[in-house]
Structures are given as structure tokens and as C-alpha cells.
Design a protein around this ligand. Sequence first.
Ligand code: OOG
Ligand code: MG
Length: 260
Amino acid sequence: MDRNQYISIAQRLIDAEVGKREVTRITTEHPDLTVDDAYRIQEELVGIKLGQGYRIIGAKMGLTNPAKMKQMRVEEPIYGYIFDYMVVDGNVLKLSELIHPKVEAEIAFILGEDLEGPGVTIEQVLAAAEYVVPALEMIDSRYENFQFTLPDVIADNTSASRVFIGSAMRKPADLELDLVGVTLAVNGELKDLGAGAAVLGHPAQSVAMLAGMLSRKGLKLKAGQVILTGGMTGALMLSPGDTVTVKWDGLGTMEFRVEE
Ligand code: OOG
Ligand code: MG
């Protein structure tokens, strides 16, 4: 594959996002697409968005949860980028802006210092992190029926779409992040639950691994960035009228309403 092909696939995925319509997954047309190709497409997609004036505010890890890896039938974590326009202000999610979003409960880090891999440890992540915050990630695959292979979802910026960032800011040393439990309820009914340990054994391990993956590209995580570590729960489909309530140990409660 050459750069022009990467760019045209990236543009197709951006058009799907902006036009709010599903597209056929790339591997239907390109069955030999590799993970490396996929990150090259993702880089072009990120470049196009930066060229449109959007800003990267951080990064996300995905498929860090064994339940999720099974649900999506893949074997290794993946990363993508979070842009400024993805952050939702307030407590309403508008379905009309998206394709077929699902919600995940996550733990996020706000970095106070740069983090450069390889070989980053959990302790180094905790030391570099200024705050830990709760976050709700809305993933919205641009592919038909939310179905994809690993390279497809990497190219699609790992389904990144929207995020609610919680207001509880805690110092990492004040929490045992692997033991933090979370419950996710819709209209008062418990739908899923999880714990920090579901994220690669410890959410900070996810950031450490991300720093390692970025270092292979000569990149690093930067002070001020927010890093979503991956779903502690499965991903839950949303319907108009839903009220989603998520409670974390030590990180408070977040709630939002889903509208048409
Ligand atoms: C890929 C993104 C998964 C997570 O936290 O595991 C993800 C997807 O399932 O669409 O964000
Ligand atoms: Mg996620």
C-alpha cells in the first residue's frame, strides 16, 4: 500500500464520521491490511484532523479488558487519539451526532510530566500523573454493525468518538487503582460492573504500555494530556431516553442522558 491509499482510506473514515453513516470495513477490500498499515492510516487521519484545526488533547488505549478482547475477538491492545471536539460539555449525549455509539466506564490519567518509553513502569506512570479522573468513553465504530478486525479498528482511530471527563480529580497515590470498582446502570438498572484490575491488571499498566507502543514510532506522551486507559466494563449500546449512571469507588458518580 502506498501513502495515497492510506490517505484515501483515512478520508473515507472521516467522511463516515462527519456524515454519520457506516462504511464497509477496509479489510473487505484489503484483506491483507496489516496492523502497521492500519497505524499508518490512523496517522493520516490524525494529520487531516489537525489540518482542519482540531487539537489532540490526549490518547486512549482500547481492548485492554479481557472481557472486551473476547467480545471483539482480538488479542492485543490498541491506541488512538482524543481530540478537543470529542469532549462533551454538560450531561447530554445527542445520538443524532453519532452513528451507533456505545458507552464504556474508564479511568483516565492527566499527565503532569512527559512519559517516554520504552520500559516505563507502573510507578513511573503514577509519578508522572498529576491526577486520576473518571471518564465515560463513547466509542462509535464507523463500520457497519460495529464489526471489524484489529487493523480495521486501528485505522478508525480505535472508534474514538466522544468522552465525558469526570470532575473528581484525585492524586494517584490516594487510590488503589487496581481495586477501584465501578458499576454502570441504565435507568436505575445495573447493566455491568468492573474493576481497575480489568485494565491490564492495573490502569497505570495501560499507560505504561502506551508509552512503549508510541516509543516505537519515536513519540511520547506529553504533560497535560489525558490518557483513557480502556474500558473497565463491556461496551453498552445506548437508546434515546436512557439515563446512564456510573459509580466508581473513590472517584464519584457520573451521569448523563441520551437524547435523539
Ligand atoms: C475499539 C475501542 C475499544 C476500549 O476501551 O476497550 C475501547 C472498539 O471496541 O470499538 O475503547
Ligand atoms: Mg475505551
